[in-house]
Write a protein that binds this ligand. Sequence first.
Ligand SMILES: O=C1O[C@H](COP(=O)(O)O)[C@@H](O)[C@H](O)[C@H]1O
Length: 266
Amino acid sequence: MALSGDQKDRGELRIHESLDELQTDLADYIAEISETSVKERGVFAIALSGGSLIGLMGKLCEAPYNKTVDWSKWYIFWADERVVAKNHADSNYKLAKDGLLSKVPIVPSHVHSINDTMSAEEAADDYEFVIRQLVKTRVVNVSEISDCPKFDLILLGLGPDGHVASMFPNHPALNEREEWVTFITDSPKPPPERITFTLPVINSASNVAVVVTGDSKAEAVRLAIDDIGPEGPLIPARMVQPGKGKLLWFLDKPAASKLEASNLSK
Ligand SMILES: O=C1O[C@H](COP(=O)(O)O)[C@@H](O)[C@H](O)[C@H]1O
């Protein structure tokens, strides 16, 4: 049984007893948002991250989801990508392809990964151009409060340093307000060259879910969610604040272990 609660301005928290329970809840949640988006818009535009997230989404490849989800309506994007070849072990595309996309009937032309033959800067510009074309045709919705794309769902992981997508603590990319997709060449976590959605895009989504497991991330979870006062460090995950959308945290108990217990109710 999960503990759940709402933390003022920091969204809904779901804290799970086990990884198995978290994975089932995550699969249910994604399937529900997919169904709602397809009913309302005819399509589902989802942006993935890399890292541990993809393994935690694994139940989507199993019954009942593999048969009940309308995969033909899914359009896949990446909230961040490493600028490496698509068949490289560090590629977020490869991770998702091997762990999810090759196991369910996604339409290949609906998978929008970065151009891996370009420099980081070119790949970021090109990816933004691709998204702009899909906003024009409303495959990706548009935000009412900014000129940004409004993804139906953006799924994020969280690094122990508080990074989300490829936005790292104190990095100038956090201040980008004009571009939808930006690039970095100095990621503190290898590989150094990456592209990433900017905060305005993440914060314009209809739904943002941050999926975090393990005690190595407990301090980052605390700094992202708890009331740490004005002097507390502003880690990237704390800057995830969807304007009109819904923010949800999927945590296991070790990741939630440093949160104030007062956030939680049965
Ligand atoms: O480098 C990255 O790290 C984060 C966190 O990964 P995790 O394995 O600690 O969950 C990930 O969300 C991001 O997409 C990836 O590029």
